[in-house]
Design a protein around this ligand. Structure first.
Ligand code: FES
Length: 119
């Protein structure tokens, strides 16, 4: 008794990849895009929640709920240089501490300079 010949494998079974039809792509692409966008938004939300908010003022009047200084224009004189980096030992005046802060952090802060216009 002779054995029947084996049927050759169909061409689709020989190809290594799988193919998606147009209808399948129309379904899969929006789901994949929604999954990627959802993952991105969720990670941003979760990272934002876990990261502590940084403080601008590291040391000045920390026992006060708000640091406020007020000056009358008449008392300023011809020129005043005010600190905006919150590192000055003479705060609210600039003592040049912003230079070290900028070198250490890569920041670019500098003072506020108010002066009378030369007449
Ligand atoms: S020391 Fe703060 S701006 Fe100069």
């Amino acid at each position: 008794m002779a054995t029947p010949p084996l049927n050759p494998l169909p061409k689709a079974a020989l190809s290594s990849g799988f193919r998606l039809g147009r209808d399948q792509l129309i379904t899969i692409v929006p789901v994949a895009v929604a999954a990627v966008v959802g993952t991105y938004l969720a990670s941003r939300y979760l990272c934002g929640r876990s990261r502590p908010k940084s403080q601008v003022n590291p040391t000045i009047n920390k026992d006060s709920p708000k640091v406020v200084h007020s000056f009358d224009m008449e008392d300023i004189g011809s020129k005043a240089v005010y600190c905006r980096c919150w590192r000055s030992k003479k705060f609210p005046y600039c003592d040049g501490a912003h230079t070290k802060h900028n070198e250490e952090t890569g920041d670019n802060v500098g003072p506020l300079i108010i002066k009378k216009r030369d007449v």
